[in-house]
Design a protein around this ligand. Structure first.
Ligand SMILES: Cc1ncc(C[n+]2csc(CCOP(=O)(O)OP(=O)(O)O)c2C)c(N)n1
Ligand code: SF4
Length: 284
């Protein structure tokens, strides 16, 4: 196991009690246990409180524009499959602004880990409803409550053949670490949603609210993550009971495997087949 301090970066600006703290700690723990070195890791994010995650990690990072982390991460992965690529973003960012990229990534199956910090709110912009806000949630944009039901991102992932789908909760650090480890070691796209309380702007979906509802899906007598219809039904479960754990497993070829150019290894570091000056001359 590597020392956790290997990944230490600057001090964070999150509010005390924010669910992002246990996520950061559990992520470092998972990296250390899996012995993923900072130089072999790139963490990509976009815009939001959750997207500050890579700022607080010592490794390669890329902080892009709202909703666009997945295409950037996919490009990094294709250029250098030698890197472990992780995307850390918020529910607003990935399910709202980045919804189109989410659908494309589910289908393409790049070998990367997507972690969505789901606090059911746009936190950085001070608490507007997000695609996962529960129906009836009152905020400044919906003083009478959100009039329609929330998105079910995990069911969407199952329906679109995402190869690994799971959920964890920031209030259960051990579960979280194990789920990070499982997602990080999956070959293909791993989509891990983490229920992440926002103690400043979401006064409804608190630690206690989640704690009363989450249950470990592996304890179900009918547990069958390889069965698409079973996984779809479980992924839609949201309300009095919320499943956490591995919900869907669908191993299939990765995006990288479909590119013949990549069969000899990463493009990064490979010498061009023709001298660069000769290639550039074609465009002059
Ligand atoms: C194109 C664009 N639209 C809107 C914004 C404003 N904005 C910044 S952060 C944010 C919300 C982020 O919410 P979420 O992804 O849920 O992350 P959280 O802050 O809750 O972790 C918004 C709307 C922006 N920066 N760029
Ligand atoms: S506003 Fe919410 S999400 Fe942002 S740091 Fe504070 S508690 Fe965390």
């Amino acid at each position: 196991m590597l020392p956790l301090s290997l990944y230490d970066s600057i001090e964070s600006a999150w509010c005390p009690g924010c669910g992002n703290f246990p996520m950061l700690k559990a992520f470092k723990q998972a990296l250390a246990e899996l012995e993923i070195r900072p130089q072999d890791l790139v963490v990509v994010s976009a815009i939001g409180q959750s997207s500050k995650f890579p700022h607080y990690l010592k490794c390669n990072t890329f902080n892009g524009i709202h909703g666009r982390a997945l295409p950037v991460a996919t490009g990094i992965r294709l250029a250098n499959p030698g890197l472990k690529v992780v995307v850390t973003v918020g529910d607003g960012d990935q399910y709202g602004e980045g919804g189109n990229h989410l659908l494309a990534a589910f289908r393409r199956n790049p070998d990367l880990t997507l972690v969505v910090h789901n606090n059911q709110i746009y936190a950085l912009t001070k608490g507007q409803a997000s695609p996962t806000s529960d129906q009836g949630t009152k905020d400044t944009l919906h003083p009478q409550g959100v009039p329609y039901p929330p998105l079910h991102p995990l069911a969407l992932a199952v329906a679109q053949d995402c190869s690994w789908v799971g959920r964890s909760f920031a209030g259960m650090p051990q579960h979280l670490t194990e789920m990070y480890k499982k997602a990080l070691t999956h070959k293909g796209m791993a989509f891990l949603e983490v229920l992440q309380p926002c103690v400043s702007f979401n006064k409804i979906n608190t630690y206690e609210w989640y704690r009363q509802r989450v249950y470990e899906v592996e304890t179900r007598p009918d547990y069958a993550p390889g069965d698409e219809l079973w996984a779809y039904r479980v992924a839609k479960e949201w309300g009095e009971r919320i499943p956490i754990g591995v919900i869907y497993l669908n191993p299939r070829p990765t995006l990288e495997e479909s590119f013949p150019q990549l069969k000899d290894g990463p493009l990064a570091g490979r010498l061009p087949e023709r001298p660069l000056a000769e290639l550039l001359a074609e465009f002059s």
